[in-house]
Design a protein around this ligand. Structure first.
Ligand code: ANZ
Ligand code: ZN
Length: 843
């Protein structure tokens, strides 16, 4: 017998698949279609184990779907714009384009080395004009439809490097290169109107049955729909209104209008127009506002940071009780970007308001009673936010919370001072980046005509190649000629937009371009609709919010524009777990990579190492294992097998040397079985019902497991079947089982499967072969075990054919030796037969 030469087989079959374009999808196929997609990689340099795991899962499904008669689209491309390329340019003086394209070449070769069934004909890289030019066209379509606008918005400004920084370039509040404290600066920037689809994006989640609940929940929370009352507080005449127009009042949003009689103050955000107006000429207010801007602005930070307020001297009138005056504060826990940037403070029933009221000695009236507590003054430091009955609230007294909400909204609307409203946490998507390596925004600014779209026949707006990264800032802005153009509208002197698009825009529609890639437009509607939506999308849970939401938005925008009649881009979503590895530290506290350690000792120094926690593979902790070396040692099939075998796919997988070795040994066992089935070998022996049954049970079980993406279960079944075959004596059934096993392992271990398939004299490729048919008759157990009782006591059990006639079952029971003994020669008075279960003989 010969050993399986994985490296030779890998190379041979990969070449065959490549040359024959085996995995090219046929747009015109009449077969049912299946679109399997894994999130495309950022070309950072090399493939890592996370990629290997992700792409192996998708590959098994894609190959399985091919074998079950589908026309499969399984494409691959590159999310190729972004900061790391510019950082490389700044640090090493290489051009971002050169760096990116080299990485793509390296990583493509690595993917090919793993034998993925990908349609390389459709490969795309978002950094190429033949991709981003079409994105520019779509941007202009959205612009024309009013889904794009410009407004002032804050950016991170590095005052030393005099440049805008991306969020990832701000580390602990400082510029990554200069170390200077970063400032917020206002710039006019481009936004996509994702909020126009807030409710659609929320409702759409309900229809996504094949998405993980946790991802849907994260999206719901991100969109953050709240219903309540928006209303206006009038300002009292005695207010200090030197700097504000009292007629405007203060508009607030509340989700708890029922608590309106519990309001004891009004608070506005530091950048609320009234706060800004007050700060003019009031140094104390100005200083307070500056202080508010220092803290973080995330919801979590706002909840935990110390509550700070500044009394403006303004007084608000309670809408139901003009005698009541509420002081107006500027407060650091109120966000300008949410609701109307102002709140009514109800300390008894809102924790932040309570913290604030206790600090500034404001009254805390209770208005919702939980059971017997109805006293007007609220005790303690924990707000009551539960259900209950309204108290101390005039006409609301005695109502429950929901009724009281409705009542207040009704009265506010009738009185004309408020309206029921819905507020979303979701903000419009700011897409402007002051960077070079991204899609140029196809707009020209003209003094006379404003923001003018680049005419479509002048697309793509191509990035200039001759740029330098030796000084900070945006090379597009510094370029001597690129931005100076004539206005497409009036022909006058104008300036090209030098902002580029957020790279999330590039990944928001690439799956459409995979489905259809004409030269002259982003995609063909009918052709794309034949493939979309993506049947199964697989990727990391880190994309659960932004990428998936932006892609859902972009798809809806295309639908709104009439370009594509698909609402949801991904019918099925699966988020896989991470690949982890133990971490190691040297005696003097350096992280060590696994190959610097042997048997608990640092190889170089001979000193013992500390074994740390098992963690996600990461460069910073040096606990990565490079897939390339592993593939060259064990072959692609063993690596793929291990990626699927040890853990459920949604859980983390711990990389281990023993694990990959186990997979490699198993590939060897398969080969010994396949080799023994050489063509022409004489088939010995007769039937082997048990093995046939095992085989057909496995065929059906694996199909279910793969469809459910339970790859580890499928692998476990293959181990069992293989062991059963190894133990079985020669028989026709065994020969059939080995021949079938080739096809069962083909999605996971395609190279050995092709090799064995060819050696067995089969025509064509196993990649094109049909999934084995299940013999349904073999799935039913055809024998049953029957309990035999005498006078209700168990005396024997018999294994009999399931379909045995009643009289025969009775006869078999009476013939049992035990029964004969217990009946002691008497004839039973009565025989009770429960088919398939028991026979009771009553003596
Ligand atoms: C009065 C009130 C009483 C409130 C009460 C809550 C409980 P969600 O549910 O997250 O949407 N709020 C409104 N605008 C705000 C802003 N710009 N910055 C900070 N807080 C703001 O939160 C809505 C509630 O958050 C609103 O309802 C308001 O406080 C506050 F017992 O109004 B509430
Ligand atoms: Zn003009």
């Amino acid at each position: 017998s010969t050993r399986f030469n994985a490296l030779k087989a890998d190379a041979e079959w990969q070449k065959v698949w490549d040359e024959r374009r085996t995995f090219a999808a046929d747009d015109n196929s009449a077969k049912p279609r299946s679109y399997v997609l894994e999130m495309f990689p950022y070309p950072s340099g090399k493939i890592h184990m996370g990629h290997v795991r992700n792409y192996t899962m998708g590959d098994v499904l894609a190959r399985f779907r091919r074998m079950t008669g589908h026309e499969v689209l399984h494409p691959m491309g590159w999310d190729a714009f972004g900061m790391p390329a510019e950082n490389a340019a700044m640090e090493r003086g290489v051009h971002p384009g050169g760096w990116t394209r080299e990485n793509i070449a390296t990583m493509k070769a690595q993917l090919k080395r793993l034998g993925f069934a990908l349609d390389w004909d459709r490969e795309l890289a978002t950094c190429e004009p033949d991709y981003y030019g079409h994105e520019q066209a779509l941007f202009l379509d959205m612009f024309a439809a009013g889904l794009v606008y410009r407004k002032e918005s804050a950016v991170n400004w590095d005052p030393v490097d005099m440049t805008v920084l991306a969020n990832e370039q701000v580390i602990d509040g400082r510029g990554w290169r200069s170390g200077a404290l970063v400032e917020k600066r206002k710039l006019s920037q481009w936004f996509l109107k994702i909020t126009a689809f807030a409710d659609d994006l929320l409702k759409g989640l309900d229809g996504l049955e094949h998405w993980p609940d946790k991802v849907k929940l994260m999206q719901r929370n991100w969109i953050g729909k709240s219903q309540g009352l928006t209303f206006r507080f009038a300002l009292a005449a005695e207010s200090d209104t030197r700097r504000v127009t009292p007629g405007d009042g203060i508009e607030v949003f509340s989700t708890r209008p029922d608590t309106i009689f519990g309001a004891s103050f009004v608070a506005i955000a530091a950048d609320h127009p009234i706060a800004q107006a007050i700060a003019v000429g009031d140094p104390a207010a100005e200083a307070f506002i500056a202080r508010c801007k220092q803290g973080g602005t995330t919801a979590a930070e706002l909840d935990t940071q110390e509550k700070l307020g500044f009394d403006t001297g303004l007084c608000a009138l309670h809408p139901f009780d003009p005698e009541r005056r509420l002081p107006v504060y500027i407060a650091n826990f109120v966000l300008m970007e949410y609701g109307s940037g102002a709140v009514m403070g109800v300390p008894a029933h809102d924790q932040r308001d309570l913290d604030f009221a206790r600090k500034y000695g404001l009254s805390v009236p209770r208005v919702v009673s939980d059971g017997d507590k109805a006293a007007s003054a609220f005790e303690g430091d924990e707000a009551y936010t539960g259900p209950g009955t309204l108290v101390n609230s005039h006409f609301l007294d005695g109502m429950d919370v929901e009724d009281a909400k409705r009542e207040v909204i009704t009265r506010a609307e009738a009185g004309g001072w408020g309206r029921g409203s819905t507020v979303y946490r979701l903000r419009d998507w700011g897409v402007s980046r002051q960077r070079y390596w991204g899609t140029p925004i196809p707009i020209i600014h003209c003094e006379a005509c404003g923001a003018v779209p680049v005419p479509k026949d002048q697309l793509p707006v191509v990035l200039p190649e001759d740029v330098g990264f030796d000084v900070p800032g945006n090379p597009l802005d510094r370029h001597p000629t690129w931005k100076h153009v004539a206005c497409p509208s009036c022909g006058g002197e104008a300036r090209r937009e030098t902002d580029t698009l957020d790279t999330f825009a590039d990944s928001s529609w690439y799956f459409v371009r995979f489905a259809s890639q004409p030269k002259d437009k982003p995609f063909d509607k009918a052709a794309a609709e034949k493939w979309l939506p993506v049947g199964q999308y697989i990727g990391g849970v880190e994309h659960a919010i932004l990428h998936l939401l932006y892609a859902r938005f972009w798809t809806r925008a295309l639908q709104h524009l009439g370009l594509l009649d698909v609402a949801e881009p991904f019918a099925g979503l699966f988020t896989q777990g991470m690949v982890t590895h133990a971490t190691f530290k040297s005696a003097d506290g350096r992280w060590l990579s696994p190959d610097e350690v042997q048997s608990g000792v640092e190889t170089a120094t001979g000193t013992p190492v500390t074994v740390g926690r098992v963690e996600k593979m990461s460069k910073s902790k040096k606990n990565t294992v490079d897939p390339t070396g592993i593939v060259d040692r064990y072959g692609a099939d063993a690596v793929r097998w291990f990626m699927l075998s040890d853990s459920p796919p949604e859980r983390d997988l711990e990389w281990s040397e023993s694990g990959i070795e186990g997979s490699w040994r198993f590939i060897g066992r398969l080969w010994r079985l396949f080799e023994g089935n050489a063509p022409g070998a004489e088939i010995l022996g007769g039937e082997d019902k048990a093995l046939s049954r095992k085989l057909h049970g496995t065929i059906a079980g694996i199909a279910e497991d793969i469809e459910a993406l339970s790859f580890n279960k499928a692998v476990a079944k293959l181990y069992e079947l293989t062991s059963a075959i190894e133990k079985a004596p020669p028989s026709a059934a065994r020969t059939e089982a080995v021949a079938t096993l080739m096809r069962l392992v083909a999605p996971m271990a395609p190279h050995i499967a092709e090799e064995a398939w060819a050696a067995a004299g089969n025509e064509g490729l196993i990649a094109d072969a049909a999934w084995p048919q299940v013999d349904a008759a073999l799935l039913v157990e055809d024998e049953v075990t029957i309990a035999i009782q005498v006078n209700g006591k168990l005396r024997d059990t018999l294994t009999l054919p399931r379909d045995m006639a009643r009289e025969e079952v009775e006869a078999a029971a009476l013939a049992s030796e035990n029964v004969v003994r217990f009946l002691e020669g008497r004839a039973p008075k009565k025989v009770i037969v429960v088919p398939g279960r028991l026979v009771n003989l009553v003596a």
